[in-house]
Ligand binder design. Structure first.
Ligand code: SF4
Length: 340
């Protein structure tokens, strides 16, 4: 792949780009198909239940957790694709949750998303030129006469050919379609991208190529990612820092190396123990994860992990653990970990 190029130049100074503070997203569990109200009154789905995290400019924060733990909802709430219930999202000094519609539209140029299913997210009736060019047109960032040139550049940036722009989504493989999704996300020269399970729908052989492409683009364009996945191997490869999510809460955060080699939270240990190792080395089977993720409609009291944790004690059922910062850079919410 040639070195990726932007239409405009930018700088990539190291500082906090995104600060999420106590973000909450609760849904009415009665909301059904077409917005029809079903089920019992008063039940809330606690999808995101008070999440705080920080991402520095130019870094990738990997967000790991089981399916249904609230990862994707958190990513969408950060971008206000799902309106947060409460809390703040400060992007480059601006609280995104306070922006009016016009200001949010302008901010969306800087904050983009890559979806899990590249086929479902591409309009099958439009050519690739239309799909990518629509974002440029709607945001008014390129003159009509410049759009074809921008689309050409974007396709080259993601390893596709300029003549691909006249084709339709069904004429591409899954990996190529995800490259188109990445090109569309890059069209407005964003600084921050939520990558929402971007390789989960792809064959394993293609996953590595797309992950490498995202990693290359991050370095060449100075991008910042929130990379969401349920696969700790993928997260471990691409992330500078990792946040571990369980049932709407962040339970452990820290530098990737520390999380992978010396995790302190029993849930993180369980996730790592589940990774098969051909030589039998590494984290081994310190904690086995049993049972299913409890429902976010009626989550366990105290530590939400206590119903599956082999170390749970009486206190865990009664009291939610505080986050403690450790000397090795980890922040952990567990009654067994009391800080240094
Ligand atoms: Fe397990 Fe208790 Fe720690 Fe929760 S607080 S992870 S239940 S030991």
């Amino acid at each position: 792949m040639n070195k990726a190029m932007k239409c405009t130049a930018g700088t990539a100074d190291q500082y906090v780009l995104l600060q999420v503070n106590n973000l909450v997203k609760h849904y009415d569990s009665r909301s059904g198909l077409w917005g029809k109200i079903t089920g019992n009154p008063g039940s809330l789905v606690l999808a995101v239940d008070g999440v705080s995290l920080t991402i520095n400019r130019g870094e990738t924060l990997g967000l790991i957790g089981e399916s249904g733990c609230g990862k994707s909802t958190l990513g969408r709430a950060i971008l206000r694709l799902h309106e947060p219930t409460s809390g703040s999202v400060t992007f480059d000094g601006t609280d995104v949750t306070k922006l009016d519609a016009d200001s949010l539209k302008k901010m969306r140029r800087r904050m983009q998303i890559i979806f899990q299913d590249p086929y479902a997210s591409l309009n099958p009736r439009k050519t690739i030129e239309d799909i990518i060019g629509t974002a440029l047109r709607l945001q008014g960032v390129a003159k009509s006469s410049d759009i074809r040139g921008c689309v050409t550049q974007l396709l080259e940036n993601v390893g596709l050919k300029p003549d691909h722009m006249t084709r339709f989504p069904h004429q591409f493989s899954g990996g190529q379609r995800q490259r188109i999704g990445i090109a569309r996300a890059l069209a407005l020269n964003p600084e921050f991208i939520v990558c929402d399970e971007p390789v989960s729908a792809l064959d394993v052989s293609i996953q590595a190529q797309v992950i490498q492409l995202l990693d290359d683009l991050k370095r060449e364009l100075g991008l910042t990612y929130l990379f969401i996945s349920h696969d700790i191997s993928v997260i471990g490869y691409i992330s500078d820092h990792i946040a571990v999510m369980y049932l709407g809460d962040i339970v452990e955060t820290g530098p990737t190396k520390q999380i992978l080699t010396d995790p302190q939270h029993p849930y993180t240990q369980a996730l790592l123990s589940a990774v098969p190792r051909v030589d039998g080395s590494g984290t081994g089977d310190r904690v086995k994860l049993t049972g299913d993720l409890p429902s976010p409609i009626n989550p366990p009291k105290g530590c939400k992990f206590h119903t599956r944790c082999p170390y749970a004690k009486d206190e865990c059922q009664l009291k939610k653990p505080e986050h403690h910062e450790l000397k090795n850079g980890l922040t952990v919410a567990c009654h067994l970990v009391t800080g240094n």
